[in-house]
Design a protein around this ligand. Structure first.
Ligand code: ADP
Ligand code: MG
Length: 274
């Protein structure tokens, strides 16, 4: 078995994956998303360099302009027709665009917070009047960056602030298995992301969390993902599915070897890949 790793940064997560691949006797190929080209000529379409692996672990297109990102995603869509690309470029697009993710989660019957995606300020005023505490999130943000409480005006992706008391839940999905759940705690803060000072604690994985996680991952077609869930007196809401999740905090709290679960999923032939 040969697996190609496509990433922009050699993170702790990539190092753990390589370690598990070596342990499992898996051969490794490494690529940057920015090094590929596509040729259409003489009735043929070809991606260069040619990947020899049996499957690809794709951590997303990396930073780039809209044009660069489009090129990379299209190239991986072509590759995915002959070699399984996990997560698929289509699912990464759906997860990364918070508007598309929320629409798809909602249409799959998954509880999401009240959300207005607004281009006219009078709609924003209506939303604020009704829900009082409202946050704005960048459509393509991550790690809690750029999320702010708004008091008036403005447009964009607006969401009712769920009173979570500085604690939310992150579950981790690999294929059809939910590995576990952790709580990220940051008292007195709008966001609880580990990147923003959130502390990670183990959290009981009950049936509801398990179901919400699997349904959310399926709604967006993500095979390996982190699901963010906020909880209040009114219930639980899915706020995000992360298709290139970090798992250092998750692993140190749960003691689950995430990389070995991921490599195992590849060795089983990526059964959830569509
Ligand atoms: N509707 C919401 N109500 C309360 N807190 C929220 C809401 N949306 C996001 N947050 C907080 O902000 C954090 C980051 O939001 P998220 O949607 O997961 O975006 P990011 O991609 O930046 O992680 C969440 O983990 C949560 O703590
Ligand atoms: Mg998040």
């Amino acid at each position: 078995m040969r697996i190609a790793l496509v990433y922009t940064k050699r993170t702790w997560e990539i190092e753990r994956i390589e370690e598990e691949m070596r342990r499992g006797g898996v051969e490794i190929e490494r690529y940057y998303p920015s090094e590929f080209s596509l040729k259409i000529e003489e009735g043929e379409m070809k991606v260069l360099p040619e990947i020899q692996a049996d499957a690809i672990y794709f951590r997303g297109p990396g930073k780039g302009s809209w044009e660069e990102t489009t090129i990379r995603m299209n190239i991986f869509k072509v590759i995915n027709q002959s070699i399984p690309v996990v997560n698929s470029p289509e699912s990464i697009e759906k997860c990364t665009d918070k508007m598309e993710a929320t629409i798809r989660l909602f249409l799959s019957g998954i509880p999401v917070p009240e959300t207005f995606i607004v281009q006219k300020e009078d709609i924003t005023e209506e939303f604020l009047k009704k829900y009082k505490k409202v946050i704005r999130k960048p459509l393509f943000g991550s790690k809690g960056e750029g999320i702010e409480m708004i008091k008036r005006g403005g447009t964009g992706y607006l969401q009712k602030y769920i009173e979570h008391g500085g604690r939310d839940i992150r579950t981790f999905v690999v294929g059809d298995e939910v590995l576990g759940a952790v709580c990220r705690v940051r008292k007195g803060s709008l966001v609880t992301n580990v990147a923003r000072g959130g502390r990670t604690e183990v959290c009981e994985l009950d049936e509801e969390l398990r179901d919400l996680s699997i349904l959310s991952a399926r709604a967006l077609g993500a095979e390996i993902c982190g699901v963010d869930i906020v909880e209040s007196k009114e219930g639980r809401y899915v706020i995000e599915v992360n298709s290139s999740p970090s798992w250092k905090g998750f692993q140190s709290a749960t003691k689950i070897n995430v990389a070995s679960k991921i490599v195992e999923y590849f060795l089983r032939g990526c059964p959830e890949h569509k």
